[in-house]
Design a binder for this molecule. Structure first.
Ligand code: URA
Ligand code: SF4
Length: 221
């Protein structure tokens, strides 16, 4: 009798060398879960090799799937604007996702985002862990529940713990906040403005924590 059904994982697809270039190249061919079947391509993280801050989203959206780059659609534009308001230059940040393939379902001619399941998030986690090890950020910002639940724990509630600095053994400081898409979905202009201000305030907490940690040059040499 088999004790446990083997679960699929990206682990079998990790390359020998764990520099970002090797990881990105190997991730192109990942079949660690079924999500590669309906997506255009793997959307790997992007940013400087040694970034002090690393952002984790949920999964690529429609535009990211086509462009092959993370956060280039509406949520990405809002993220850029809010980072700028908080004094964080996107060009200095590494930006990635908990899941590297776009999960969607058809609605008419459109592809509608579908939330990844926990087993898909878990399957994809080796890529995220390898990115974190290669980039060695001082701070990780989790954008939304999927990212926070991937790194922290599956019962993590962003609404209860957003904007707090979290220590997790073996990881840099972590701060979780909402996903920029949730701001875009706000019902009224007033709600949207308020949500945006709260999000920028969380990013400012991140920027402040970063400014208080040692400069990149000291440890990244
Ligand atoms: N939403 C995400 O979580 N990630 C992206 O890259 C784009 C939209
Ligand atoms: Fe691999 Fe992640 Fe894509 Fe699944 S979602 S196939 S684990 S890269």
């Amino acid at each position: 009798m088999r004790l446990k059904t083997p679960t699929t994982s990206a682990l079998n697809f990790l390359p020998e060398q764990h520099d970002l270039g090797s990881l990105r190249a190997a991730a192109k061919d990942c079949r660690g879960c079924d999500l590669y079947l309906n997506a255009t391509q793997t959307v790997f993280g992007e940013g400087p090799r040694l970034s002090r801050i690393l952002f984790v989203g949920e999964q690529p959206g429609d535009q990211e799937d086509i462009a092959g780059k993370p956060f280039v659609g509406p949520a990405g534009r809002l993220l850029d604007a809010c980072m700028e308001e908080a004094g964080i230059d996107r060009r200095t940040a590494y930006v990635t996702n908990a899941v590297k393939h776009f999960k969607w379902e058809p609605r008419g001619k459109r592809r509608i985002h579908k939330k990844p399941r926990m087993n898909e998030v878990t399957a994809c986690r080796p890529w995220l862990d390898a990115e974190i090890k290669a980039v060695r950020p001082k701070l990780i910002v989790c954008l939304g529940a999927t990212a926070a639940q991937s790194l922290l724990d599956s019962s993590f509630r962003v609404t209860q713990k957003r904007g707090q600095l979290i220590h997790l053994a073996g990881y840099p400081l972590i701060l979780a906040t909402v996903h920029p898409s949730s701001i875009l979905r706000a019902q009224s202009e007033e709600d949207r403005e308020r949500e945006k201000m709260h999000f920028v305030a969380d990013l400012m907490t991140a920027a402040k924590a970063l400014s208080q940690s040692s400069p990149a040059s000291e440890e990244h040499g």
